[in-house]
Design a protein around this ligand. Structure first.
Ligand code: SF4
Length: 170
């Protein structure tokens, strides 16, 4: 097919993706949950730095799916970045281990304001299955202030995307 033919086909076909569900935290979303107060300056798009503070890697598999082609968090304005200096959101998985407490504090401190700390998974929220383990300092909220949390062991990719959409408002 020629380039012009391809362009005609694209123009004739139009968009075939299903419309996105309602924005989480807004009245049209089916959970009806109260929206947390998040910085308005981060609406539209955010850069996300992921920190594994002591996860079993179950949450990472779901996180990879959340940013993969099926759930595609990027279409709602959330993008993974390598440096906290470039990040608006610090997404933390796992209960915080002794070795990761200080790196987590430093990563959050290196992220410019305004920022959001997102605790993903039961371990990050309340230590989950690792509560009381000898190498665990505590939940993410015991080490750094947490703005938003996603429950589940592990949380579903759709729930991770929904939390990020609360930040971007898309
Ligand atoms: S919440 Fe579950 S899947 Fe995630 S790190 Fe903890 S044990 Fe693993």
């Amino acid at each position: 097919m020629s380039l012009a033919g391809l362009a005609r086909l694209i123009w004739r076909t139009g968009r075939i993706a299903e419309p996105a569900p309602g924005v989480p935290g807004r009245p049209d979303h089916d959970t009806g949950a109260e929206a947390p107060v998040l910085p308005r300056a981060l609406r539209g798009s955010v850069q996300v730095r992921h920190v594994d503070a002591g996860s079993c890697n179950g949450c990472e598999i779901e996180l990879a799916a959340a940013f993969g082609p099926v759930y595609d968090a990027e279409r709602y304005g959330a993008r993974l970045v390598a440096s906290p200096r470039h990040a608006d959101v610090v997404l933390v998985t796992g209960a915080v281990t002794r070795n990761m407490a200080e790196p987590l504090r430093l990563t959050v401190a290196a992220t410019p304001q305004p920022r959001v700390v997102l605790a993903v998974g039961d371990c990050a929220r309340d230590c989950g299955a690792f509560r009381g383990a000898y190498g665990v300092v505590g939940a993410v909220g015991d080490v750094v202030p947490v703005d938003l949390a996603v429950p589940g062991c592990p949380p579903a990719p759709a729930d991770i995307v929904a939390a990020l959409r609360q930040v971007t408002g898309r």
